[in-house]
Unconditional design. Structure first.
Length: 113
């Protein structure tokens, strides 16, 4: 199987995402960055609440999100302070959550057409 076919197989069923959707999610990214600056504990709690919701309502999706992040962080854990590791983990988790939100928006749009 060619690389192109393998890549297509991984992503072919994903919905289209519009520029408007991306702009909406970028707004959430900016809001999240402000929370991290002014109220980091609240920002972290929001991300962890979303992960917990996914764990409870979407079977193992919350666990999958964490599994996508934690092993990579473990590779650099000896180079980071605990605080830096914790903050980086939250930023990375939020990034994955934003991608999932984008997919969700695309699926909603697909369902409307």
């Amino acid at each position: 199987m060619s690389d192109k076919a393998t890549i297509s197989g991984k992503y072919e069923l994903l919905p289209e995402v519009t520029d408007t959707m991306v702009e909406t999610l970028m707004g959430e990214t900016s809001e999240f960055a402000e929370y991290m600056k002014h109220s980091p504990e609240m920002a972290k709690r929001r991300v962890l609440d979303e992960i917990e919701w996914l764990r409870k309502h979407k079977d193992f999706l919350g666990r999958l999100v964490e599994a996508a992040i934690d092993p990579a962080l473990d590779l650099v854990s000896d180079k980071l302070t605990h605080a830096d590791w914790s903050n980086l983990r939250i930023y990375l988790l939020k990034g994955v959550l934003l991608v999932l939100q984008g997919i969700n928006l695309g699926l909603k749009r697909r369902g409307e057409t």
